[in-house]
Ligand binder design. Structure first.
Ligand SMILES: NC(=O)c1ccc[n+]([C@@H]2O[C@H](COP(=O)([O-])OP(=O)(O)OC[C@H]3O[C@@H](n4cnc5c(N)ncnc54)[C@H](O)[C@@H]3O)[C@@H](O)[C@H]2O)c1
Length: 295
């Protein structure tokens, strides 16, 4: 079966990068953005600008705009709709009533602190993980169609439920954004001398809070429960004796893990087990999916 066309709604950093990467991979790509400048930039990269969306429709708009992103667009009744939002449960709840099993939520684990169409990078997804939601009633054929879009731009697909995804990204993304904000403001309170001496460790620890505050706020507030729980775990870690905490953290970030290749059928239980083990899908071979788990 030929690869379905892809329509990208929202042609900023993430959506513009995806559309450009798909054009480079030879896929038919159309796109739409409310901002004429973003439309012009995408058109210059080979994207067909259209308000008719079909095939795999990717919502790459800010989280608060997800629920209404398809309003005013002509959506093919058989289109599979996915999104790139940084939080999955609220998007699932907002879109499922209208789209039912035609919706498959997703979240590529990439992006920078820049935003808008000037931040487009067609190589953004290469080698990165892309979470793709598998709920109990997910249509597996549609899930695979979206997975093949992620694979086409060089990403590795990590199957997870929306709830599992939200708990995981609270720990590795949403708490780091809040900690970066706290580090930056505490350093500013320490005074100009401290900021003048700030170097590598301060820069690494605070880089992400250079992102658009509206983006970060929508992300942490949209995932408030899991983010609060993950922050509690960080507070508990900070209460440990410092030598013990330093050694434990060092062990996590310096551990070496290999990869063991695996094959699995297109089955929800097998795919979720792969994701829970820390593995990912890297390709499709006839009836099987190929991937890896940590070894
Ligand atoms: N920036 C990151 O690091 C990152 C990483 C992973 C996922 N995400 C998610 O990807 C999505 C997009 O983020 P981004 O960084 O590309 O944002 P962005 O601000 O760079 O781009 C968003 C684009 O959507 C357009 N837009 C807004 N409302 C629209 C609407 N109703 N219809 C059509 N276009 C509309 C804007 O004009 C803009 O061009 C967000 O949901 C975000 O949570 C972002």
């Amino acid at each position: 079966m030929p690869a379905p066309p892809v329509s990208v709604v929202g042609l900023g950093q993430l959506g513009g990068s995806l559309a450009a990467a798909l054009v480079a991979a030879g896929r038919a790509v159309s796109g739409w953005d409310v901002d004429p400048a973003a439309r012009d930039a995408a058109a210059a990269r080979g994207v067909t600008i259209s308000q008719q969306v079909s095939g795999v429709v990717v919502l790459a708009v800010p989280l608060p705009a997800m629920a209404t992103a398809l309003d005013g667009l002509a959506v093919d009744p058989d289109a599979t709709v996915t999104d790139l939002g940084s939080v999955k449960t609220p998007v699932l709840e907002a879109l499922t009533p209208a789209l039912g099993r035609r919706f498959v939520g997703g979240h590529p684990m990439c992006g920078t602190e820049r935003s808008g169409h000037t931040a487009v990078d067609p190589a953004l997804f290469a080698g990165r993980r892309w979470a793709l939601c598998l709920e109990p009633d997910t249509d597996l054929a549609r899930w695979l169609r979206v997975a093949e879009v992620a694979l086409a731009v060089g990403a590795e697909v990590v199957p997870a439920t929306a709830a599992e995804h939200d708990a995981a990204v609270a720990a590795i993304s949403h708490v780091p954004h809040l900690l970066a904000a706290a580090l930056a403001t505490a350093a500013a309170e320490a005074g100009p001398l401290a900021l003048a001496l700030a170097a590598g460790s301060f820069g690494s620890g605070t880089r992400v809070i250079g992102s658009d505050p509206a983006f970060v706020t929508a992300m942490v507030e949209g995932n408030a429960g899991p983010t609060g729980a993950a922050l509690d775990r960080v507070r508990a870690e900070l209460a440990r004796p410092w030598p013990e905490l330093v050694a434990a953290g060092h062990a996590v970030v310096t551990r070496e893990t290999g990869r063991r290749s695996v094959r699995m059928p297109l089955e929800r239980a097998a795919l979720l087990a792969l994701g829970r083990a820390g593995g990912a899908v890297t390709g499709r071979l006839a009836a099987f999916l190929e991937g890896w788990v940590p070894a």
